[in-house]
Design a protein around this ligand. Structure first.
Ligand SMILES: [Zn+2]
Ligand SMILES: [Zn+2]
Ligand SMILES: [Zn+2]
Length: 97
């Protein structure tokens, strides 16, 4: 059975596929780099974009100075500078375990 939004929030939000943490409880994602066409790029943290004026990301709930969680619509692509979830870059997240 599908969980209701209320139940998911009570648990601390959805689990990020990258860091395995609950998005509403974690300060931010632990994944710091992405790979595109064989090159490594540092992900852009929440707060590094002048448009980030809130204390927490409206979408993935990361806090200032931390990385966004997966599939966040506010993350900027470090390769092209566009919105990461909608740009055409070939991106692979590097999980640091
Ligand atoms: Zn995460
Ligand atoms: Zn975010
Ligand atoms: Zn891109």
């Amino acid at each position: 059975m599908e969980k209701s939004i209320k139940e998911i929030i009570a648990e601390g939000g959805v689990i990020c596929e990258l860091c395995g943490q609950r998005m509403l409880k974690a300060d931010g994602c632990t994944c710091s780099e992405i790979k595109s066409n064989g090159k490594i790029y540092k992900r852009i943290k929440f707060g590094e974009d002048p448009l980030d004026i809130d204390e927490r990301c409206h979408d993935c709930h990361t806090s200032i100075g931390h990385y966004h969680h997966i599939n966040c619509d506010a993350e900027t692509c470090p390769v092209c500078g566009e919105q990461l979830i909608s740009c055409d870059c070939d991106i692979e997240f590097i999980e640091n375990k």
